[in-house]
Design a protein around this ligand. Sequence first.
Ligand SMILES: Nc1ncnc2c1ncn2[C@@H]1O[C@H](COP(=O)(O)OP(=O)(O)O)[C@@H](O)[C@H]1O
Ligand SMILES: [Mg+2]
Length: 247
Amino acid sequence: MIEFKGIWKAFGDKEVLRGVDLAVQTGQILFIIGSSGAGKSVLVKHLVGLLRADKGQIFLDGRDVTNLREHEFYEVRKRCAMVFQNSTLFDSMTLLENVALPIRKHLKCSPKESARLAMQRLALVEMDRVADRYPAEFGDGMRKKVAIARALTLDPEYIIFDEPTTGVDPISARIVDNVILELSRRTGVTSVVISHDLRSIFGIADRIAFLYKGQLRLDGTRDDFRQSDDPVVRQFIGGFADGPMEV
Ligand SMILES: Nc1ncnc2c1ncn2[C@@H]1O[C@H](COP(=O)(O)OP(=O)(O)O)[C@@H](O)[C@H]1O
Ligand SMILES: [Mg+2]
């Protein structure tokens, strides 16, 4: 379980997070949603030590990781993999080579062993059969799957996907949703997905946390969101231009 407790974060005089409390239950697919600039990426970056909170605490399976030193975060990053929005593959390398590279580097194994482990990870995203082909031969969705396979290098227990379907065509977006769902089912990995893709949110989320004005406006199930009569929630999930939301 990941727990954010009362997280505050400002940049200069701009208060981005104003006391965020959020618990991510093991095995779940939790979505963090909110407008662009709401602080979604800022929040998750605290977990892996890319940002430090002004106030508040973060626990990973009960251990306080708020004030770890840089070298101590290595262990946290091993357990919590991040798939960044603009994670790209090397065009000059095959899919297998792309996934094998970080395995070789981090696990310090032979080329043969790293290829075997890369193949296992590609199988988890159903890309093993095309492992010897090049990124340019595939569309966004397939390339994203390989980027996800690469994030599995260190067998993470948690994966944080930062806007995995943003800027991706709608069909590819559904391919990415499926792979997140399948990974969660097959490996039991806990997923945190940052998104404002309504199809993804209502397609695969076990739980949804809506970040608005530095705090969680609503934290609940898909039904809680569908049934909410909070006008701000209604505007966001309806995708309406007009309404009370300040963006
Ligand atoms: N390292 C930083 N330095 C200064 N401002 C930042 C930094 N990172 C994020 N911000 C600001 O914090 C706000 C929230 O950013 P972010 O979490 O990236 O939004 P989003 O919800 O779209 O992921 C934005 O206004 C952004 O400009
Ligand atoms: Mg972001």
